[in-house]
Design a protein around this ligand. Structure first.
Ligand SMILES: NC(=O)c1ccc[n+]([C@@H]2O[C@H](COP(=O)([O-])OP(=O)(O)OC[C@H]3O[C@@H](n4cnc5c(N)ncnc54)[C@H](OP(=O)(O)O)[C@@H]3O)[C@@H](O)[C@H]2O)c1
Length: 219
């Protein structure tokens, strides 16, 4: 599959490595220029391009930019495409966003509202980048970790679940994008290693507006 990745930071690079390892054709991009990603491309074994080019390239496009920059993402090349969204809201980094502070929307619904026509699936936001490769396991492993997804398009979720499985994780569907708050920052399922049963429990235990202490999810 062709996978475009917008964002070449911690998460974008880790996702690119996992995708290349699963034999996908990958193009990574950042906000500056492809020429700033030369050594990254060689180290990972992927193509580089602009965000516009990565969006046009991918059958599936992964978004791994700070939330505050989501409105800069190209709309037209992503219309009709599956977009996997790893965004989280960190007010200290992203600034205050009233609709998130008052819980009338979620980060992925904000992205979906910007990317008109795209099939947004929230994924990979609830795992620390250092764990993405460390915790990846084959399907038969007894200690396989599960990751949550949410989205409004059943076929997009099926394809994303297949990719996450290839990357080395089980998947738990947390429901539509409107329910993605259940695994947003500081919820019980956020960045805590859990298996399928544990993740179901953590998603059910989430209470909107009730946050774990900041940073408690970091080892
Ligand atoms: N780090 C983690 O463990 C982790 C885990 C799960 C989810 N997340 C979430 O994933 C997102 C990215 O986090 P990160 O830690 O990977 O951030 P990061 O290391 O700061 O990297 C951000 C990347 O996004 C690029 N970027 C910014 N604006 C862009 C734009 N308009 N178009 C194209 N590329 C753009 C930056 O490119 P330039 O350098 O050229 O500006 C940079 O490559 C955040 O929402 C974060 O909360 C992070």
């Amino acid at each position: 599959m062709k996978i475009g990745i917008i964002g070449a930071g911690f998460i974008g690079r880790a996702l690119a490595r996992l995708a290349v390892r699963s034999d996908h054709d990958v193009m990574i991009s950042n906000s500056r220029a492809a020429k700033t990603l030369g050594s990254t491309a060689v180290a990972i074994g992927c193509k580089v391009g602009t965000a516009q080019e990565a969006a046009a390239f991918g059958d599936v496009v992964m978004v791994a930019v700070p939330l505050m920059n989501h409105a800069d993402l190209p709309v037209e090349p992503l219309a009709g495409k599956i977009v996997m969204d790893a965004n989280n809201y960190y007010p200290a980094r992203d600034g205050r966003i009233e609709a998130l502070d008052n819980e009338t929307t979620t980060t992925s619904e904000l992205l979906a509202a910007h990317l008109k026509g795209a099939k947004v699936v929230k994924a990979f936001n609830a795992i620390l980048q250092a764990d993405l490769e460390k915790d990846s396991r084959p399907a038969s492993a007894p200690d396989r970790r599960a990751l949550p997804i949410a989205g409004d398009d059943a076929e997009a979720k099926r394809i994303c679940s297949g990719l996450i499985d290839q990357f080395g994780f089980d998947v738990v569907d947390a429901g539509p994008l409107a329910d993605s708050w259940r695994f947003q920052r500081a919820m019980p399922a956020y960045c805590i290693p859990l298996d399928v049963a544990g993740l179901h429990k953590a998603l059910a235990a989430a209470q909107r507006g009730v946050e774990l202490p900041h940073g408690s999810w970091r080892p």
